[in-house]
Design a protein around this ligand. Structure first.
Ligand SMILES: Cc1ncc(COP(=O)(O)O)c(C=O)c1O
Length: 355
């Protein structure tokens, strides 16, 4: 139903994503600035320890982004030329690039239709003797089918860029694979502007990443990187970590309002509302989502496709019908802790009047 000349409910644009930052983050950053130590230092160390504790793991290592986290994790796990790494096609290019950085071959897999996460059956068909790892993103805040993926007997790198604080069978995401990466980019569930973290089962992986992320004062020469997090970022990270449970509770509240407010429409909601942390609230239409995205944006509601372009499209490949279908029909509507109830209601009203 499209209503012509629908009156504007608000003149204020509701952004698609927004970090939830407040005075506590500002004060923590100001304290670092006043200390004069703005590069990697003791605040990063504190943030790593607090993050590891929250995840219930022994060690965590902070880096400059989620992409750097993926790159260094692949290197630390010994992935290189002649190896294959399985990744979904329905994901951002960071995964593709990280595999390409280490010279390995990305092998694209299909998603499961209801969760938009990797389909273990399809992954299994793509495993060869060269497969060195599977990168498993928990898309939009919902856990992938880890039970089945773990049975494939290939090392898993969990990509928790969109799912920090999420769980699977009551255990934190990031504690199932050989290693897990996180992103604290500005729009993510926890934001430090740019930033990332790696947790790993083996302390050797963490040690290798610590060595690789910084180039200075090393006796033995090898290729290393400057992938460090700064104390400024870590100061924000500490505060955001302390707010993580509240962030997720608020995201779930908003999701419940959306599910309630939009339930009369013939649209598909995310599965598993109790497990989901709703980094994105995805809405599956029975039609192309592009016109609705355009109309909603015109009317002040920030919406977007949750994946910019499936990876197989970059290679002009066919054979990913479920990914194509998801890309064509799924849009993501605003969800973040600072989204006020009034704005949530505006999104619902606008959505209903445009569908
Ligand atoms: C699933 C996934 N992995 C990795 C990344 C890369 O993280 P970053 O932007 O911090 O490099 C992203 C970023 O959007 C992502 O969505």
């Amino acid at each position: 139903m499209v209503m012509a000349n629908t009156p504007q409910i608000s003149d204020t644009f509701i952004p698609h994503s927004r970090p939830s930052l407040g005075d506590d983050e500002a004060q923590a950053v100001a304290a670092v600035v006043r200390s004069g130590h703005v590069a990697e230092g003791e605040v990063v160390g504190r943030f790593e320890k607090a993050f590891a504790k929250k995840m219930g793991v022994q060690h965590a290592v902070a880096v400059s982004s989620g992409t750097a986290a993926l790159h260094l994790t692949l290197l630390a796990m010994g992935v290189g030329p002649d190896d294959e790494v399985i990744i979904p096609s329905y994901v951002c290019t960071a995964l593709l690039y990280a595999v390409q950085y280490v010279g390995a071959r990305p092998v694209l897999a299909e998603i499961a239709p209801h969760t938009y996460n990797l389909d273990p059956g399809d992954v299994e068909k793509r495993i060869t003797r060269r497969t060195k790892a599977i990168i498993v993103p928990h898309m939009f805040g919902l856990a992938a089918d880890l039970d089945r993926l773990l049975k494939l007997d290939v090392p898993l790198i969990e990509d928790c860029a969109q799912s920090v604080g999420g769980t699977y069978r009551n255990k934190p995401l990031g504690t199932f694979g050989e290693a897990a990466v996180f992103s604290f980019y500005a729009t993510k569930v926890m934001a430090t502007g740019e930033g990332g973290m790696v947790v790993a089962r083996s302390p050797e992986i963490i040690d290798r990443i610590r060595d690789l992320k910084t180039y200075d004062q090393k006796k033995a020469n090898r290729v290393r990187y400057n992938y460090k997090m700064t104390d400024i970022q870590a100061a924000m990270g500490e505060v955001q970590l302390g707010r993580l449970d509240d962030f997720i509770a608020r995201r779930r509240n908003i999701a419940r309002s959306y599910i309630h407010g939009l339930k009369s429409l013939a649209i598909k909601f995310p599965e598993d509302p109790d497990q989901h942390i709703y980094f994105r609230f995805t809405v599956g239409l029975n039609a192309d989502c592009e016109p609705i995205i355009e109309r909603l944006v015109d009317q002040g509601i920030g919406c977007a496709r949750p994946v910019f372009l499936p990876l197989h499209r970059h290679f002009k490949m066919d054979g990913y019908p479920l990914t194509d279908q998801a890309w064509k029909t799924i849009l993501s509507i605003p969800i973040y802790p600072s989204l006020a109830d009034e704005a949530v209601n505006q999104v619902i009203t606008r959505f209903i009047s445009n569908i």
